[in-house]
Design a protein around this ligand. Structure first.
Ligand SMILES: CC(=O)[C@@H](O)[C@H](O)COP(=O)(O)O
Ligand SMILES: NCC(=O)COP(=O)(O)O
Length: 237
């Protein structure tokens, strides 16, 4: 079964819109785990516009499932992750001014940098994953970095699927098959939703984990958080 990690960035966005502490992100993380989520994901950005570095520290004692911290490995992020020691760090090459993540790593161009930073996390017993587009040479490059896993960047799939084009899955299937052959674990995320998750999960061999935030929170407005988490878990069986 593929694990569901709930990305709680959007809860912090809502909190920050008013200042104060409503909704409380730690309480939300506790609740999603109680409702069945198998992991909690956060993606602190350098401007701390949603999840703050202090949230990452506050969450540590309360996340008893998989704790996944995503972000661009700038110095402050590396120090934060080494200090918090989550289960997994997912490295994402996002620009400071990007509204959201919008590209995977060029694993060939940034190989030396990735090798060094991945080694440092692994030496501290933190599993590593790197965000990649479904491009075979980037998957081969990912293997060369020494990472434990890749996270397939699923925006393109989700966009095509929403238009009724199911062919968009092809590059993901080929990338997953290659990753499996190379011994890389496979995660996936970005714009996954109740609409597309079952199709994606059924088609990707050995999909270990998905991290979902934006759609899950939006769906929860209508259907309720506990119900939505159960609906995802059913589709990920
Ligand atoms: C890495 C990734 O796929 C992103 O979806 C990210 O984790 C979400 O970040 P934002 O909440 O800032 O859009
Ligand atoms: N790694 C992807 C993630 O954590 C959530 O992405 P999204 O569901 O908010 O698009």
């Amino acid at each position: 079964m593929t694990k569901l990690s709930v990305n709680i960035n959007k809860i912090a966005t809502l909190r920050n819109s008013r200042g104060g502490d409503v909704p409380n992100v730690v309480q939300f993380a506790k609740d999603v785990q109680r409702f069945g989520a198998e992991g909690v994901t956060i993606h602190p950005r350098p401007d701390e516009r949603h999840i703050r570095y202090q949230d990452a520290r506050n969450l540590k004692p309360e996340v008893y499932t998989e704790y996944n911290i995503e972000g661009n490995p700038i110095e402050s992020f590396i120090n934060l992750v080494l200090n918090v020691k989550p289960t997994q760090v997912t490295l994402v090459p996002d620009a400071v001014d990007a509204i959201t993540s919008n590209a995977g790593w060029d694993t060939i161009k940034h190989k030396d940098f990735l090798v060094d930073v991945i080694k440092e996390f692994q030496n501290n017993n933190i599993r590593t994953s790197i965000f990649v587009d479904p491009v075979l040479k980037q998957i081969e490059g990912a293997k060369e970095t020494g990472t434990d896993r890749i996270e397939l960047y699923t925006e393109a799939f989700a966009h095509q699927y929403s238009k009724g084009d199911f062919e968009g899955i092809k590059s993901y299937v080929e990338s997953a098959e290659l990753a499996n052959n190379l011994g890389l674990g496979i995660n996936a995320g970005h714009d996954l939703s109740l609409d597309n998750i079952e199709f994606f999960n059924e088609n990707i061999p050995n999909l270990l984990e998905v991290s979902i935030g934006h759609a899950l929170v939006a769906e929860s407005l209508y259907l309720g958080v506990e119900n939505v988490i159960q609906m995802y878990l059913n589709k990920l069986k």
